[in-house]
Design a binder for this molecule. Structure first.
Ligand code: OGA
Ligand code: NI
Length: 350
């Protein structure tokens, strides 16, 4: 059985099994002058401005941060405390939830996100089914004591933020129906699943990664962390321009902010007008990092395709139509690697 990284050990060096082959290592940290991830202020009453900023950030990064989102500090704080407490539990308490079956919920796993690749990543993770509450409540871990109580208010709140962001995005892109992501299309009718991620302090962040580069498979993800740096977003130019401004940018949310990133389905629905935010987690030498990522998912049977007006007349959508269930199969087989996922679903008829 695997041993979690958060087993109380203090690592003096990176164990051999976590040292990535050179071409997979994170490379040099981005310069501090690197482009910052946009901040969208959801307070006030200028929805047109918010919508415009969300779409602009979606185009460049697929990532942005939101402030004045209305989620009470104590709801966020209770969730983060419970998340941090979980990883301080004795190893056997965590391992009670351990599984290598990626479909199991809840599921504690360590370093094995990319099992077929035979590479180990510097992360422990507790994956929890959160919403609908009736479906998942009974299976929430009893320890730490605060976790079950924190999950419901936190999930309800971040789901609300996610849906609000999607309505703003829909209006910013000029979709006919501002509720495109809620109505009929089932794009947000699936569950909310949460990754509670923990990265113990790493003696040499240049040798390993917490999570390999990926886009999330779903529509939109809302994340908070404990203020320790680690998340990075990839910035790419739209039109094949390499070089200038490309590369990894630190996502370092101000206290109380959420990080929002679009997933693969958002890119498909908009036919690439906004992008899925590619990201990775580097490790931190100074302190342990904990993050809570809530994934708002489509219903499994949802057929995902571009919204009306998103594909220019006479052109074909960049991906062929598929169900979300099919997408998840492809995503899993491709280890979440963006290019591999897209290659398998590309539209060859257009
Ligand atoms: C994830 C993820 C990033 C982080 O759980 O999918 O990308 O900052 N997490 O922990
Ligand atoms: Ni992710």
């Amino acid at each position: 059985m695997a041993e979690p990284l958060s087993n109380g050990a203090v690592y003096q060096s990176v164990p051999e099994s976590y040292v990535l082959p050179e071409h997979k290592r994170p490379g040099r940290s981005p310069p501090s002058s690197a482009a910052a991830i946009p901040v969208v202020d959801l307070g006030g009453d200028d929805p047109d401005r918010m919508a415009e900023q969300i779409v602009a950030a979606g185009r460049e990064f697929g990532f942005f941060q939101v402030i004045n989102h209305g989620v009470p500090e104590d709801v966020m704080g209770a969730m983060m405390s419970a998340a941090e407490e979980f990883f301080k539990l004795p190893t056997e308490e965590k391992m009670a939830h351990y599984s290598t079956d990626s479909t199991k919920l809840p599921r504690f796993h360590t370093s094995v996100g990319k099992e077929q690749e035979q590479l180990l990543y510097w992360r422990d993770c507790l994956k929890i089914g959160c919403y609908p509450f009736e479906e998942f409540r009974h299976q929430w871990p009893e320890k730490p004591a605060g976790l079950a109580g924190a999950l419901e208010p936190y999930t309800a709140a971040v789901r609300g933020v996610a849906l609000r962001v999607l309505r703003l995005a829909a209006s910013g892109m000029g979709l006919a129906d501002e509720a495109h992501f809620e109505a009929g299309g089932e794009l947000t009718a699936g569950p909310v699943i949460m990754n509670v991620n923990h990265y113990v302090a790493c003696p040499d962040p240049s040798l390993t990664l917490g999570i390999a580069p990926h886009c999330d498979p779903n529509v939109v993800t809302v994340l908070m962390d404990n203020g320790v740096r680690g998340l990075q977003a990839r910035r790419r130019h739209r039109h094949g321009h390499q070089g200038d401004g490309e590369g990894w940018v630190d996502v370092d949310p101000p206290p109380g902010a959420f990080v929002v990133n679009f997933g693969h389905q958002m890119e498909v629905v908009t036919n690439g007008r906004v992008r899925a935010g590619e990201h990775r987690a580097v490790t931190n030498a100074r302190a342990p990092r904990t993050s809570v990522a809530a994934f708002v998912m489509p219903a499994m049977g949802c057929v995902v395709s571009p919204a009306a007006g998103m594909v220019p007349e006479g052109e074909a959508p960049f991906l062929r139509p598929y169900t979300y269930q099919e997408f998840v199969g492809v995503y899993t087989a491709a280890n979440g690697d963006r290019d591999a996922v897209l290659a398998r679903l590309r539209n060859h008829s257009g």
